[in-house]
Design a protein around this ligand. Structure first.
Ligand code: NAD
Length: 312
């Protein structure tokens, strides 16, 4: 059993990862600063199933300022998910993205390299590829938004610490994650909310943009596999996507079917930084990690709709 530090533990994906690790018998230290990108009570709710578990301890701490060595002491694996996510705000609040995604990552890496950890698993994004993310990990990296630029800098910091200090790192590039607890700023959350409430959904672009959606449990499964397959994953970068690639128009039709409601759309031009097509090539993760995403989009969206309906 490993002792794991999970940064961003109160977030959408981090909270699911902590639950999966605890369920597998690992000891988990969760860290989060409750950055007010979306309301703190939402993040506190994400921790509900974890608080009180004997294998889980939570620390409210900011990677930019906290003393990190005591939190890392005795850890085998660090999962680094804490970040300012979402690209729109990165145009207007660059300092926050820069400080959390670059400076916070550098501080964590620097503390990690002074500790005998087995693995640092850095969570990155398809946004490092740019407007199109449709091939394997060797695709040129041309981020199209300030968010993507800060996330690529985080990856490059891992590589610099790996090359200079033999820090044992692995990079996972998630593609559009969805499911229960999805961030309220994300498209599917907003669309489902608008369908439930009968309000108008703002559709940016023509709806023909495609996404390689990843159900949150599949993203978490890949992340746990990266630790369990440490011998092959060290020093490697993996795309983590779901199996299906669909357009936003197709997702709207599917959600109309699931909710039994017709979407009201306010069509607006695509926003600066929006990706056009993402289609995760996950051959490497399948081959080396045994990653096999199995949640269909219909099943995954159904689960998210049920969760959002239960939130009231
Ligand atoms: P989230 O906002 O729900 O979770 C991130 C958490 O990190 C938040 O709770 C926030 O408070 C915390 N955090 C941010 N800066 C911090 C700091 N300086 N110190 C301590 N905690 C800090 O976001 P998410 O959607 O769960 O994303 C998790 C990770 O996955 C991020 O690294 C993101 O870039 C990456 N990612 C997400 C998606 C997606 O579709 N959600 C896609 C690709 C990559």
């Amino acid at each position: 059993m490993n002792r794991c530090l999970v940064t961003g533990a109160a977030g959408f994906i981090g909270s699911h990862l902590c639950e999966a690790l605890c369920a597998r018998g690992h000891e988990v230290i969760g860290l989060d600063a409750f950055i007010p990108y979306y309301p703190r009570p939402v993040k506190e709710r994400n921790l509900t199933a974890l608080l009180g578990q004997a294998r889980f301890a939570f620390h409210e701490a900011d990677l930019r300022t906290a003393e990190l060595a005591p939190l890392i002491a005795g850890c085998d694996t660090i999962f680094h998910l804490a970040a300012m996510p979402g690209l729109m705000k990165s145009w207007t609040d660059f300092e926050l993205y820069e400080s959390c995604n670059i400076y916070g990552t550098q501080r964590l890496l620097d503390a990690a390299r002074q500790s005998p950890i087995k693995q640092f698993i850095h969570i990155s994004t398809s946004s490092v590829y740019g407007q199109e993310a449709t091939q394997g990990e060797e695709m040129p990296l041309q981020p199209f938004s300030p968010y993507g630029i800060t996330k690529l800098a985080g990856e490059n910091l891992c590589r610099a610490y790996g090359a200079n200090f033999a820090l044992p790192f692995t990079i996972l590039r998630y593609f559009s994650v969805y499911g229960p607890r999805q961030r309220p700023d994300m498209g599917y959350f907003k669309l489902i909310n608008d369908l439930i409430q009968g309000s108008t959904f703002t559709l940016f672009g023509d709806g023909a943009q495609t996404r390689s959606n990843t159900y949150v449990a599949d993203a978490v499964a890949a992340t746990v596999l990266a630790m369990e397959q440490c011998a092959v994953s060290l020093g490697q970068t993996f795309n983590v996507g779901g199996g299906e690639i669909v357009s936003l128009n197709e997702v709207i039709a599917l959600l109309e079917e699931i909710t039994g409601q017709r979407a009201r759309l306010d069509r607006q031009p695509a926003r600066p930084g929006d990706q056009r097509h993402t289609a995760a090539n996950i051959a490497k993760a399948r081959r080396l990690l045994g990653y096999d995403p199995h949640t269909s989009l219909a099943e995954g969206l159904q689960a998210q709709v049920m969760w959002q309906q239960a939130q009231g």
